[in-house]
Design a protein around this ligand. Structure first.
Ligand code: C5P
Length: 225
């Protein structure tokens, strides 16, 4: 039977946050940002091991107390130049069976819940391809020209915003990333193999903390969940 694993790329610096401390370690509701998603993933009963891919010289991760995650949490100091590189390196290092499911999740999405994990695993565990959490686009979309004026309005029908986790078989994901490593999410690499990942309806609370103002919103959500 296939096992379930999580893999969290956390080897980036979060340049858009404009802070010296890498984004995943910024304090959020009294803990480093990465603590929240790792704790949620480790607490899920179906997930066997949570691999976290860190930059080779990371000196922050080991400073925190991870004892509540027990032996489920496995740090790997093999991050790459890009997010896709970090995921590919992590997959190589954790030596999963090709049919095992791997849920790749951003360290910068701290508001992931057990309910979203349950929903994703229930909808995808028998799927031939796998899929991603995503939300239908709610806002009207504008295409900008070089002067930052509206060139035209993009139809939003059928458009979804991709989130994480992104859940694929370890073998398919490793092959997809080996062929195509310039992608910003795992699904893009799997799509390039000609496969069609499923969209699992999520909600906007699972947003990615990217800009300084996102910290306040994430703290509000974390303290009300
Ligand atoms: O910067 P961004 O928010 O797009 O990064 C998404 C995730 O990918 C973060 O968890 C970040 O730490 C990770 N990442 C990585 N290795 C890189 C770049 C980003 O693991 N080289």
């Amino acid at each position: 039977m296939s096992e379930f694993y999580a893999l969290v790329p956390a080897a980036g610096f979060g340049a858009r946050m404009g802070n010296e401390l890498p984004k995943q370690y910024l304090e959020l509701a009294g803990k480093p940002m990465i603590w929240h998603a790792l704790s949620t993933l480790c607490a899920h009963p179906d997930i066997g091991t949570v691999f976290v891919v860190l930059a080779p010289g990371d000196e922050h991760f080991a400073r925190y107390d991870w004892s509540h995650c027990g032996s489920k949490l496995a740090p790997l100091y093999c991050g790459g130049e890009t997010r896709a590189g970090s995921v590919a390196n992590g997959l190589l290092a954790c030596e999963l069976e090709p049919d095992d499911w791997v849920l790749v999740h951003d360290a910068a999405r701290p508001c992931l819940t057990q309910a979203l994990l349950d929903k994703m695993i229930a909808e995808l565990r028998d799927d031939p391809v796998g899929g991603i959490l995503a939300v239908p686009v709610a806002d009207t979309l504008k295409r900008a020209d070089a002067q930052q004026r509206i060139a035209h309005t993009e139809p939003r029908e059928g458009l979804w915003q991709a989130q994480t986790p992104q859940m694929f078989r370890a073998g398919v994901l490793a092959e997809a990333l080996a062929r195509c490593n310039s992608v910003t999410d795992e699904a893009s690499a799997v799509e390039a193999l000609g496969l069609q990942p499923k969209l699992v309806a999520s909600d906007s609370s699972n947003f990615k903390v990217t800009y300084p103002q996102d910290i306040v919103l994430a703290e509000l959500l974390l303290t009300s969940l």
